[in-house]
Design a protein around this ligand. Structure first.
Ligand SMILES: C[S@@+](CC[C@H](N)C(=O)[O-])C[C@H]1O[C@@H](n2cnc3c(N)ncnc32)[C@H](O)[C@@H]1O
Length: 320
């Protein structure tokens, strides 16, 4: 069994304050929005894992296919001794990469979901004797204090999670990732690609209703954490393709005119019948756009790999 450490960089209260600030800003603004990070309590993380196995949800399978084919190349180009993974969740696909990184000294999974981190971190430490696993409960959109570990460093950001950030947020995020790297260190980035609308919408609106349950889970988080009285059954799950921005939007549409109380914020939110709350944006990418966004942050695209069907891309870029 290897060493396993879990550090909470977010004090309990900081998370609560951030949730309150996000919910107040998001529900009093127009249109109403909530940031997707609040989906991921223990139940949300479980539901996301169920989504990754759905027949309609191709991104996980496509990204795993690329990782299996390219893990050796990634190891050769990066020579990583420290692997930092942002939004690591179950770390399930990362196992293939860790197995290929022969000289790896430390794995640093970073996630807001403590339950996902604890499960994945312990399993990995048990599987790979000699590998130090130092899990960080942290928000990857805030400044990260990484443990002092040997270079070269490889930062992985998989699952297409970068698409959940809006373009201006992505630019700030990539700049902050660049700041974690020394020249020659690398970023491994998973990006879902633009494709036909039907395939995209189905991936976010599955027949079994798991994505709908995941979407509504954010209301359960607000009910539990803020004492709100959202009734998840009073909202419909909506997934639609925005062709102008080339992103999927997940929304919750109010079935009726209703008032929701949020005692922790001393707030009452009135929803009109049919009014929508945006809960997630999931941008889809093209190679030239990814190259340009990386370059603007000081990262040079070195490799671009897709799955056989060209649905998803993994890119490796190197810090200037
Ligand atoms: C779409 S899932 C991807 C999980 C995994 N990387 C994969 O590829 O299957 C997004 C992950 O990022 C985490 N997450 C979302 N927003 C975050 C944030 N702001 N800071 C840290 N983790 C976050 C979630 O808890 C979840 O585990």
């Amino acid at each position: 069994m290897s060493p396993f450490r879990l550090t909470r960089t977010l004090p309990e209260d900081a998370t609560g304050a951030a949730l309150r600030a996000d919910v107040r800003a998001g529900l009093t603004g127009s249109p109403r929005t909530l940031p997707p990070k609040w989906f991921y309590d223990a139940r949300g993380s479980e539901l996301f894992e169920e989504i990754t196995a759905l027949p309609e949800y191709y991104p996980t399978r496509a990204e795993r296919e690329i990782l299996l084919a390219r893990a050796g190349d990634i190891a050769a180009v990066s020579g990583a001794r420290t692997l930092v993974e942002l939004g690591s969740g179950s770390s399930e696909k990362t196992r293939h990469l860790i197995a290929a990184l022969g000289g790896l000294h430390t794995y640093v999974p970073v996630d807001v979901s403590e339950s996902a981190l604890a499960g994945a971190g312990r399993a990995l430490a048990a599987e790979r004797p000699g590998l130090e696993v130092h899990a960080l409960v942290a928000d990857f959109t805030a400044e990260l204090a990484l443990p002092d570990t040997p270079g070269p460093r490889l930062v992985a950001f998989l699952g297409g999670t970068i698409g959940n950030l809006l373009p201006t947020e992505r630019a700030a995020f990539l700049a902050s990732v660049r700041a974690l790297l020394a020249p020659g260190d690398a970023l491994l980035l998973g990006t879902d690609l633009v494709k036909d609308e039907k395939t995209l919408v189905r991936a976010y609106d599955d027949a079994a209703g798991v994505t709908a349950a995941f979407n509504k889970n954010v209301l359960a988080v607000l009910d539990r954490e803020l004492g709100a009285d959202f009734d998840p059954d009073a909202f419909d799950h909506v997934a639609l393709w925005d062709a102008e921005h080339e992103w999927i939007e997940m929304r919750l549409r109010s079935r009726t005119a209703q008032s929701v109380k949020i005692p922790a914020l001393e707030l009452v939110v009135d929803f009109a019948e049919g009014e929508e709350l945006r809960t997630e944006v999931s941008a889809k990418f093209r190679q030239e756009g990814v190259r340009a966004e990386l370059a603007a942050a000081g990262l040079d695209l070195a490799r671009w790999w897709t799955d056989e069907e060209g649905r998803f891309a993994l890119s490796l870029s190197v810090a200037r």
